[in-house]
Design a binder for this molecule. Structure first.
Ligand SMILES: O=P(O)(O)OC[C@H]1O[C@](O)(CO)[C@@H](O)[C@@H]1O
Ligand SMILES: [Mn+2]
Length: 443
């Protein structure tokens, strides 16, 4: 393919934005191979499920489906022939922000953004927004989620882990007045369960492989050595020192199914231990990176748990408690548009000031997953030893922590020599999701 510029280094230079213009990079493989596969799979799903979709949305949808499928073939062709991006033409509430971003990037790059020259972050976000736009432009399928069935199936595949974790959390919630050391152990254990829950995402090249060890509490022990940076002590010190009564925790969620279940378990433990007075879950306003959680996915999960009594009585009990938390406002589920824009988080203050102010109210903001990490550190190929605080480039709304399994080739905050040491053990440690970080910033 003639889309790379031979004058540009083939590996991503230090401090450059990840981009498919660097041929020997994860970004190139993603744009060249993985994104077209994502589009093809959506087309296949629509073709295969046509009758079912028509039955759900009405006969009129049959014609519209043809148009939607046509627009995906066009999108795939635009990608594979490296056409310039275009402005969005649908009427979603985020369209102006997307188009402003397009203009800003055009100015910054000196030409219209293209698949094989812009940042990977922009290219990947743009593909998911264009997929949504095709539905939005229809009249009968405006809110259709083409990944919904996959998300549900993946949750059901992980039921064994869900039951084991649910039983444990339900049993622990009966225990009151734990000594401080026990509380800390309990909290950090659930932090790690939530961290490794991030292995469950469907946009991995091989799909979601379930861990061999179904018990999440055992699984975290096996992976102890794979946490390359572990700032979890800072989570404990921040929360245990916070003044009771107004401890707000924001969880900027990632994937639906098992991962969000693990996050809910973490939130449950935070409430039981009186380490959180309020938990706000931030989910996605539209289908995103295949498996990210939408409000629908969140509600579906609670409904499923309520119906799973034959698997374990803990699951309906947790569902009831969590519904109560939601009804009382102790927990909220919010879907701000900013999370499905392509901006790195250093641009949040200028782009969505209200969201930045809202996060500033928090005692701790927990960012889940790889994509959130990429946005936190600005999609930049930092020297692995660059500090996390610097990589955030001024994004310090409140104390924050990233719980990320590593799936894209960027990292910061490592010790000198650490990256080289891990590379010698595992050639694909940056993309396999088998290594992780718990990185805290308290500035
Ligand atoms: O669900 P997560 O942890 O954000 O991972 C999604 C990741 O999937 C990828 O597409 C790679 O597998 C990354 O680009 C992205 O960061
Ligand atoms: Mn995700």
């Amino acid at each position: 393919m003639p889309f790379h510029d031979d004058s540009i280094d083939t590996v991503t230079p230090e401090n450059a934005l990840l981009s498919a213009k660097f041929r020997r990079s994860f970004a190139y493989r993603t744009v060249q191979d993985r994104l077209p596969v994502t589009i093809t799979r959506v087309i296949d799903h629509l073709v295969r499920d046509k009758d079912h979709i028509v039955k759900t949305f009405g006969e009129y949808t049959r014609e519209e489906l043809k148009e939607v499928i046509g627009s995906f073939s066009k999108l795939k062709n635009e990608l594979q022939t490296n056409k310039p991006f275009t402005m969005l033409t649908s009427d979603g509430p985020d369209v102006t922000s997307w188009n402003t971003y397009y203009e800003e990037e055009t100015e910054r790059e000196g030409e219209e953004p293209r698949w094989f020259s812009t940042s990977l972050l922009y290219a990947e976000c743009y593909v998911y927004r264009r997929i949504h736009e095709a539905f939005e432009l229809s009249t009968s399928m405006k809110t259709f989620d083409p990944f919904c069935a996959q998300k549900k199936e993946s949750f059901l595949r992980s039921l064994a882990s869900v039951v084991l974790l649910g039983d444990y959390v339900q049993q622990q919630s009966q225990m009151r007045n734990l000594p401080q050391l026990e509380m800390k152990k309990e909290l950090l254990q659930l932090v790690k369960v939530s961290l490794w829950g991030n292995q469950h995402d469907l946009s991995r090249p091989t799909g979601c492989e379930l861990p061999e060890e179904p018990n999440p509490l055992e699984h975290i022990d096996h992976l102890h050595e794979h946490i390359l940076i572990d700032d979890s002590e800072c989570i404990w010190s921040t929360l245990s020192a916070a003044e009771k009564g107004n401890i707000i925790i924001d969880i900027v969620s990632d994937n639906a199914g098992y991962e969000i279940f693990a996050d809910l378990c973490l939130a449950d433990v935070l409430c039981t231990l009186s380490l959180a007075d309020k938990v706000r879950f931030h989910v996605k306003a539209l289908p995103w990176f295949i498996s990210d959680t939408t409000k629908y996915d969140f509600c579906w999960l609670l409904q499923m748990l309520a119906e799973l009594s034959e698997k374990s009585s803990s699951l309906p009990a947790l569902a009831t408690k969590w519904e109560q938390y939601l009804q009382s406002g102790r927990w909220t589920v919010e879907a701000e548009d900013f999370w499905t824009l392509p901006h790195p988080y250093s641009r949040m203050k200028a782009t969505d000031h209200n969201l930045y102010i809202k996060l500033s109210e928090a005692t701790l903001v927990i960012f889940k997953g790889d994509l959130n990490y990429r946005k936190l550190v600005g999609e930049t190929n930092w020297l692995p030893t660059e500090s996390f605080a610097n990589a955030l480039r001024g994004f310090h709304p409140a104390p924050l922590v990233a719980l990320r399994t590593i799936k894209a080739d960027l990292i910061c905050g490592l010790q000198p020599g650490q990256a080289e040491m891990i590379s010698s053990k595992s050639h694909d440690w940056m993309t396999s999701g088998n290594y992780a970080v718990i990185q805290f910033d308290g500035e």
